[in-house]
Design a protein around this ligand. Structure first.
Ligand code: GLU
Length: 166
């Protein structure tokens, strides 16, 4: 079963996110990742890994990431093989990132609709429709909460979400 961690602070949250992921390890997972934002930045940063949280830490040590806001995820694959490409967070553009626990049952229809609107998919997951749907709504209203509220009206299935936007 997957897990979601979120953190907001006046200091660096990467260590908090990694500690949160370590505490969720007992639930079982196949891959992991996190995305962060710094106050002065206009894009999200993301690191993902196949395998254990220790792999993700190794990736981050080699290529550090910083942020005062962040979301993190341990994935138990349901749609798409366990891989770095399918690991969460998923992004749309460079300002929006989403982590998801659950299954989106109508993802195939939504994916076709979003592809027709020009969105390019980079994973095999059901989750990726969520981030593009939110992005599409955000383009209309420029308000993250409203965009999420509108996007979830289109989702059928089970979902807990973590969402950040620059
Ligand atoms: N269905 C999503 C995926 O396969 C989320 C799985 C989970 O809850 O970890 O990526």
């Amino acid at each position: 079963m997957c897990g979601i961690v979120g953190a907001v602070a006046e200091w660096e949250v990467v260590a908090i996110l990694l500690e949160g992921l370590r505490r969720l390890e007992y639930r079982g997972y196949d891959s992991d990742g996190l995305a962060t934002l710094l106050p002065e930045q206009d894009c999200v940063q993301r690191r993902r890994a196949l395998g254990k949280v220790a792999e993700l830490e190794h990736t981050i040590k080699a290529d550090p990431i910083h942020g005062h806001i962040g979301i993190a995820h341990t994935r138990w694959a349901t749609h798409g093989v366990p891989s770095e490409r399918n690991a969460h967070p998923h992004t749309s553009g460079n300002q929006l990132a989403v982590v998801h626990n659950g299954i989106i049952e109508n993802y195939e229809a939504l994916r076709e609709e979003l592809r027709a609107s020009g969105y390019v998919f980079s994973s095999e997951t059901d989750t990726e429709v969520i981030v593009h749907l939110i992005e599409k709504e955000w383009q209309q209203c420029k308000d993250l909460l409203i965009a999420v509220q509108r996007a979830v009206l289109r989702l059928e299935g089970a979902y807990a979400l973590g969402v950040i936007h620059a």
